[in-house]
Design a protein. Structure first.
Length: 182
């Protein structure tokens, strides 16, 4: 990749990151009480925002790919990577009550718990993973390797035969939340 393409990619990443952070903040999901409410199943704001983002992103990315504006390149995955990532994510979430996106938004809001404990946690967690990576790389992280498999590739069907039903299910879930006031 040439330097101009990299700069352009970084620029758009920054722009969409700022928009994403703004929307997280406006949606209220950078507040500790909202996140805890989701974990206690009393406030579904986080789930509604995440499902809306999945729906928008899924449809948007595949429409852009269809018109040749982007090329999707799924990364290879494995059960080991998912397990380690889930453990790190879950530990951080359980200890602080924020996920990576919401902690960045909470820091931007000036929440002291996010700034101090969150920043320490991010640095410590990243450092520990970096130290452990050589040990994990060829052992746990490669267990259950399934490559860059996607559901359409697995079932050997057109991607829209997966996208449209999933989009409909997400839309119906969001509709149900709105109808019931959850």
């Amino acid at each position: 990749m040439n330097i101009q393409a990299t700069k352009k990619q970084l620029f758009w990443g920054l722009v969409f990151g700022i928009i994403f952070g703004f929307l997280l903040q406006k949606g209220g999901v950078t507040k500790y009480d909202v996140i805890i409410g989701q974990l206690l199943l009393t406030d579904f704001t986080v789930l509604k925002i995440m499902l809306s983002a999945v729906l928008t992103g899924m449809l948007g990315l595949h429409v852009m790919q269809r018109f040749g504006l982007i090329k999707l390149k799924p990364k290879a995955g494995s059960w080991g990577k998912n397990a380690i990532g889930g453990l790190i994510f879950g530990l951080g979430f359980a200890l602080l009550g924020y996920c990576p996106g919401t902690i960045a938004g909470a820091m931007g809001n000036g929440y002291l718990d996010a700034i101090f404990a969150g920043l320490i946690g991010i640095i410590a967690g990243s450092g520990l993973f970096a130290v452990a990576y050589p040990l994990l790389k060829n052992r746990i992280l490669t267990k259950g390797n399934y490559g860059n498999l996607t559901l359409p590739r697995l079932f050997k069907i057109n991607e829209w035969l997966v996208i449209l039903p999933v989009a409909l299910i997400i839309f119906l879930i969001l509709f149900m939340f709105e109808r019931t006031g959850l």
